[in-house]
Every structure is written in C-alpha cells, then in structure tokens.
Design a protein around this ligand. Structure first.
Ligand code: SD4
Length: 338
C-alpha cells in the first residue's frame, strides 16, 4: 500500500514537473501524500524526532509532536546545551530560552527561565493561557510555578565541573557550534566540547498543518540575562502555515540581526526551495561581514508546506535529523565554507 502510494505520489509529481532533486536536500518524492514528517537540528534530533513521531504517526497534531519531541533533549542530562544539564551562564545560572508556534500563528515564548526542566511546555502555556507571547526571567518562573511546574536544580555535577574549568580562565569569548575547531578540542579548550547545540524542530502533520519548537540553554558561559535567537519568534523559529517553517541554530546574535527564520520562510514564499531559502539567509549573514563570518556558525533548517525540506549553514558540520513515513535519517547540511 505504501509503495503504491509512494509510486502514485512520485509519478504524479514527475508528471507535473515537481519531482525535484537537489544535492544534500531532502527529497520528498511523495510530498503531500507522504506526510507526516518531522525534522530537527543536529544528530540528537533523531531521538527527539522519535518522540514526535509517536504523536504524528497516530494522526496527532504537529504542535503536540514538536512539544513532545523537544522535551527529550530538554530532560537529557548528557545534553549540555538544552534544558536539564545545560551549561550555565558565567555566574553559574542555567537560564533557558524556548518558543513554540502553531499553524494559526499562535505562539509563546520564555526567555532566561531558570529551574524548570521543560521550558517548551511553559512557552506553550504562555501561548495558550495568557494574552501575551513572551514571559521572561522571574515572571516566567512565577508563571510556571503557579501552573504546577516543579522547581528543580538544572545544574548537573558534570555541567558544574565544566563551568568551574571555564572559570579558571574566564575568557569571555563566545563562539558557538564551530565543529572540529579549538572550541571543541578539549586540549585547547578545557571543558569543551561545550558550546552547542540548540534543538529546533519542525513538523507537518497528517492534516497538513505545520508547527515548530525551539529550545536551548543558549551560549555557554554567557552574560547573565543574555537571550539568543531561540525564543524570539521570527529569529529562532517561524511558522507560516500557508508557506512553511524554519528554525535556526548557531550564534543567536547574527540570526536576530536578520530575523533569520522569518527570512527563510519569506524566501520560500518567493519560490525558493527550502535549501535555497536557507542559503539566501546564510548569504545575508556572510555578506554583512565576510571576515567575521569565517569564525561564525549559523545553520538554518526549513520545512515547506509540501513536505520538502532543506538546510544550509556557514561552517561545515551542521547536521539535521529527518523522520517521515519512509526515512529516518541524519543529513549533513551544505555549508558556505567547505
Ligand atoms: C543561542 N542559537 O543562544 C543559540 C545557541 C545555539 O547551537 O543554537 N547553539 O544563540
């Protein structure tokens, strides 16, 4: 049945000229017919996708899928860049940023939230229970506690150890996600690898609706109060149910500057494929300051309304995970620099 459906999908697309194949871009040979689909940033997106898939494969809503999905890395103590076990700011506080957006442009966000393992669920509650979109800091914490979330210490012994190693030099030199370079080389950077990664997740459900979620502990050893792109609607995440969705990872400041995820969705609105839409956004960052870009990492990931997907990043090394009816795979994104 699946094969027949896939065949029908492929032949329909081929006959209408929609059968596209681009290097390193997800090939959705049976686009609409093969929904649902979920994609997320980095290798650890695979386990998160599996949780999202539990929802999607039972005809669940994309919104529920992305929330359930990103909760996996949020509660994983071995993931030092999301939720529990995330690396603290330079003063030792684990401060979390998260946002969520549904098919009706409803959205919710928390910034600089402490002590709560699942900031994504608090963001969803901000969306559903308040007339607001963003709650920050202590206000976000009070809101979470009032709604039954438990206050927990998020600084694990391992994260604390890494922070203490960092404190020995206390060099405030925030660099994120540059794979295989000095920040991920333990001998050059005690405590590394530490400075990545955010999970951004995008899903298309059986009803053809899109939603997205993005959650992170942000830049390791950041200034207290620093907020990145991840909880900012339009920067770290954007969903337009008519067109598509996008999310980002990397140096948040550069993404905020260009309102990156919104830009990727608007590029798709203009007709670009997900991969090309991401590439155009990367180009905007690189062209603004080509010298700076050599030492920056930003990656964009996009999922279009038709189920096609793609990514692009500045430096080699950004990966993303895909789960659909016919694949469970990790892709390596194309990059500006090789
Ligand atoms: C931030 N964009 O806080 C996040 C960090 C990140 O992979 O994505 N790391 O700027």
């Amino acid at each position: 049945m699946l094969n027949r459906r896939k065949f029908l999908g492929s032949s329909l697309l081929a006959s209408t000229g929609l059968f596209l194949k681009t290097k390193n871009e997800g090939i959705k040979s049976s686009l609409v017919i093969d929904k649902p689909i979920v994609i997320s940033t980095w290798d650890f997106g695979k386990a998160a996708n599996a949780a999202a898939w539990e929802v999607l494969s039972k005809q669940g809503r994309a919104l529920d899928a992305v929330e359930e999905g990103v909760k996996i890395p949020e509660s994983d103590p071995d993931n030092h860049s999301v939720g529990y076990g995330g690396l603290p700011d330079r003063d030792g506080h684990v401060t979390l940023d998260a946002c969520i957006m549904d098919e009706n442009s409803n959205c919710g966000s928390v910034m600089c939230l402490e002590y709560i393992v699942h900031p994504i669920s608090v963001a969803r509650l901000v969306m559903e229970k308040t007339p607001h979109i963003v709650l920050a800091g202590d206000g976000a914490l009070q809101f979470a506690l009032a709604n039954g979330f438990k206050k927990e210490n998020l600084l694990t012994a391992e994260s604390e150890k890494m922070w203490k190693e960092w404190l020995r030099n206390s060099k405030y030199e925030p660099v994120i996600n540059i794979e295989n370079k000095k920040y991920n080389d333990k001998s050059l950077s005690p405590g590394g690898p530490f400075n990545h990664d955010t999970i951004g997740m995008l899903a298309l459900d059986n009803n053809g609706n899109l939603s997205g979620a993005c959650t992170t502990s942000g830049m390791a050893f950041k200034m207290h109060g620093r907020v990145g792109d991840s909880p900012i609607i339009g920067a770290g995440l954007f969903v337009d149910n008519e067109i598509g969705s996008a999310t980002s990872t990397g140096v948040g400041e550069e993404v905020i500057r260009i309102v990156g995820s919104h830009l990727v969705v608007e590029n798709m609105r203009l007709g670009l494929s997900p991969r090309d839409a991401c590439r155009k956004a990367v180009e905007r960052i690189v062209k603004r300051d080509p010298e700076k870009a050599k030492n920056l990492q930003v990656g964009f990931l996009a999922l279009k309304k038709d189920g096609s997907f793609g990514a692009f990043c500045i430096q080699k090394g950004f990966t993303y995970a895909v789960r659909s009816t016919h694949e469970e795979k990790i892709y390596e994104s194309e990059s500006w620099f090789s």
